[in-house]
Design a protein around this ligand. Structure first.
Ligand SMILES: [Zn+2]
Length: 240
């Protein structure tokens, strides 16, 4: 288990990366880590993720009350706490504003759940939450059911929530989500998005399970009709 100081350093490193990659702007976005069942480390309100210092982070309890630290916990703490309350396996969460992901929701373009193999293997599917006023408890209401089954959520007109076993894991999911949105955006510009056929998606669903990333049934039913057989994938070379 990493020490609290190592987690503080990791949050700052990830914050810098998120800011430099343009996944947030200014003081947007927030990162948190579970220290125990009732203590969470979180970036403070009104600070830039790209300029965080380890001793600036705030510790809050499961009700969002600051336990120490000179600054207020992030105004999006309710969303983070909703994720921790419903997912005992989650150790870290990142809320960011990935621009292409947001643009798809503003334009009302659904992120195809059946087109990109890496997205299907990693996430199964990426749902879009109802719109919620940023920095309010509405954010927690919007995510609290969907986060039970999904590691990445798109927040309508607002951004993303990704969760994982560490801040780095949550960052990789955020990057994968935004990269998938960029590819789909470009495909839309080119005029066509071709979905994979169900039998190919069944193989990706099988790999998702075999890699321990989640369940085959996490894949959207619009991509793989119920009853489609899930094959066993052999990944070793059978012929040369
Ligand atoms: Zn936000």
């Amino acid at each position: 288990m990493p020490t609290e100081w190592q987690l503080r350093r990791e949050i700052c490193d990830i914050g810098r990366h998120v800011h430099e990659r343009g996944l947030v702007a200014g003081t947007d976005g927030n990162i948190s880590v579970r220290l125990s069942d009732d203590r969470f480390l979180i970036s403070p309100s009104g600070t830039c993720l790209g300029m965080l210092k380890p001793d600036e982070l705030t510790i809050m309890d499961q009700n969002g009350m600051a336990l120490n630290g000179s600054q207020k916990p992030s105004s999006e703490r309710w969303m983070h706490l909703a994720a921790y309350a419903r997912r005992p396996d989650v150790m870290a969460a990142i809320h960011a504003h990935p621009p292409t992901t947001i643009a798809l929701t503003v334009a009302g373009v659904a992120m195809s759940q059946c087109a990109l193999p890496e997205v299907i293997i990693s996430f199964g599917q990426v749902p879009v939450t109802d719109y919620a006023t940023p920095a309010t408890e509405e954010g927690a209401v919007a995510v609290r059911e969907l986060i039970r089954q999904h590691d990445a959520l798109i927040l309508d007109r607002h951004g993303s929530l990704t969760v994982g076993k560490s801040p780095t894991d949550a960052l990789f999911k955020l990057e994968k989500l935004e990269h998938g949105a960029q590819v789909l955006f470009m495909a839309h510009q080119l005029g066509r998005v071709r979905d994979l056929p169900p039998e190919e998606i069944a193989k990706l669903a099988a790999l998702r399970e075999q890699f321990g990333l989640g369940r085959a049934e996490d894949v959207a039913s619009e991509c793989i009709p119920p009853g489609t057989p899930i094959p066993r994938i052999t990944r070793g070379p059978e012929t040369y």
